[in-house]
Write a protein that binds this ligand. Structure first.
Ligand code: NOJ
Ligand code: CA
Length: 538
């Protein structure tokens, strides 16, 4: 029997708002995605993951869901989503949608009902409402802080207009946390899963998956030294949620995949989410966050495979997403790990070097055992946009930290498709997109790269198509070859090997191997620094 698709798929993340705008209002939409399905099929990916496309005030780019059963009017309609799913399937692409268990939008009907209801009511018990501390309840119920900065509590007026209770939001104030101790919350989410699975969706990406279960005592704690178990991260009770979801997913003749956003620094705790009755895979953030360093990468690769083996789950490899600085930029600065501290954000960037490394990195990712995630625009080699004017910024990180964290807008700038000036074919009209595009992005457009043999797009297309012809790639074992410590060298099966040179001198290739693909030209028959090669032969 063939391995399930999620064990080796290449999955392309679509950030709808910035992918392609069909109706000319400057905001990407489903019709735009549909028009570009041939582009995605030609690129050679297997599945598309859509960040939330549901009705939302977009206080956090759609991770504030007001209604899971409606598409945001800026993006289209439910009928268009159904048509898009059907057409993607005809094109051979699977569809993954995003589910956000930890919170909903403050515009969600449940929260609106909770606001209108009295303290202690059933409606408020779907969330975490508590009286404040201090003599008049003027202080938050505890000292928890929002992931985006600032307090994790907001006070609301009572139905009679007087200052009332506070509600918990681990993210923005527009994202009240749900109370998973209330069985209605699980019932509703399982019904939402069925709603989308019934429409043919092949899997779900589970947002902030470690956070929905809370210590009901809501204790104060020291963030620098959190207690174990943590009051809201990775509590054992969270696993029951995903067991319930797995039962729903397995209830379909073609079982649906569960993919977790699980940020944890303990590999054994991460693996617990991948037990056979929970999720199928999780994003590999250790890999995403790993500096461009051979020993560190090798340790992450081994650590990933070692932690996944006991639960039988497939690994994933991720270089970028909508939450982190684009890796062409990261790899071009002195500190190549993730992070947006003012020092990292303001650091000098050697974009030629970053791009060279990004080319090598994708050949590494696609050669490793498991599945790979691509974030829209990385196939074009897009850099982070670091100089978005403050007036355009949208990310709650930026506002809630008063600019100390520049936020994630710089990796969410609309894609350039064609032409020499903005909006570079993103919109069919001359309108300015919701985030401004840099003046020098013509060089990155799909049209500019389409036929160029040395372009990033051509490298991605070539690698993705070649990966499909190599039976040893995707799921399965890998073996390290003996090599210089600054060179990653491994085999997949008996006929394929991959070498990545992270040293600053050219490295020799194994004898008797034939080059299938390189990320940059060889130097005579040596592998230059910051270059990867796929070889036939071991
Ligand atoms: C993780 C998502 O990827 C991010 O974009 C979002 O802001 C938070 N979860 C909150 O939903
Ligand atoms: Ca639009």
């Amino acid at each position: 029997m063939a391995a399930p698709w999620w064990r080796d798929a290449v999955i392309y993340q679509v950030y709808v708002r910035s992918f392609a705008d069909a109706n000319g209002d400057g905001i990407g939409d489903l019709a735009g995605v549909r028009a570009k399905l041939p582009y995605l099929a030609e690129l050679g990916v297997d599945a598309l993951w859509f960040t939330p496309w549901y009705a939302s005030p977009l206080a956090d780019g759609g991770y504030d869901v007001a209604d899971y059963r409606r598409i945001d009017p800026a993006f289209g309609t439910l009928a268009e989503a159904e048509a898009l799913i059907a057409e993607a399937h005809r094109t051979g692409l699977r569809i993954i949608v995003d589910i956000v268990p930890n919170h909903v939008s403050d515009q969600h009907v449940w929260f609106q009902e909770a606001l209108a209801a009295a303290p202690g009511s059933e409606a408020r018990n779907l969330f975490w409402f508590r009286p404040g501390r201090g003599s008049g309840g003027e202080l938050p119920p505890n000292d928890w802080t929002s992931e985006f900065g600032g307090p994790a509590w907001t006070r609301v007026p009572d139905p009679d207009g007087k200052p009332g209770e506070w509600y918990l939001h681990l993210f923005a104030a527009e994202q009240p946390d749900l109370n998973w101790d209330n069985p209605k919350v699980a019932e509703e989410h399982e019904s939402v899963l069925r709603f989308w699975f019934d429409r043919g969706v092949d899997g779900v990406r589970i947002d902030s998956a470690t956070m929905p279960a809370k210590d009901p005592r809501l204790p104060d704690f020291d963030r620098r030294h959190p207690p174990t178990p943590h009051p809201y991260v990775d509590r054992d009770a969270v696993h029951a949620i995903y067991r319930g979801w797995r039962a729903v997913a397995d209830g379909y003749p073609e079982p649906r995949a569960l993919i977790g956003e699980v940020w944890l620094d303990r590999p054994d705790r991460l693996a617990a989410y991948l037990r056979p009755d929970e999720m199928h895979t999780a994003f590999n953030f250790d890999y995403l966050n790993c500096p461009w360093d051979a020993a560190r990468l090798r340790a992450v690769i081994d650590g990933t495979l070692d932690s996944h083996r006991p639960v039988g789950a497939a690994a994933t490899w991720v270089l970028s997403n909508h939450d982190v600085t684009r890796h062409a930029t990261r790899y071009g600065r002195a500190d190549t790990a993730m992070g947006r501290s003012p020092a990292q954000h303001g650091a000098p960037v050697d974009l030629a070097l970053g791009t060279r490394r990004a080319r090598a990195a994708i050949l590494l990712s696609l050669a490793l055992p498991g599945s790979t995630y691509l974030y829209q625009g990385e196939e074009l080699g897009l850099p982070e946009v670091r100089d978005i004017p403050d007036a355009f910024r949208q990310d709650p990180y930026f506002f809630r930290t008063h600019g100390a964290d520049i936020g994630r807008d710089g990796c969410r700038v609309p894609l350039p498709w064609s032409g020499s000036t903005a909006p570079y074919g993103f919109s069919p009209t001359e309108i300015e997109p919701w985030l401004p595009q840099p003046a020098d992005w013509a060089q990155y457009s799909v049209a500019a790269q389409d036929q160029a043999p040395d372009s990033m797009l051509t490298l991605y297309r070539t690698a993705l198509h070649l990966r499909r012809t190599q039976p040893a790639l995707g799921d399965g074992p890998m073996n390290w070859l003996k090599s210089d410590p600054h060179v990653l060298a491994f085999t997949r099966g008996t006929e394929f090997s991959c070498l990545v040179n992270l040293s600053d001198t050219p490295a020799p290739l194994p004898a008797d191997s034939a080059v299938l693909l390189t990320s940059a030209p060889l130097d005579e028959d040596l592998l230059p620094p910051d270059t990867a090669v796929w070889l036939h032969g071991t």
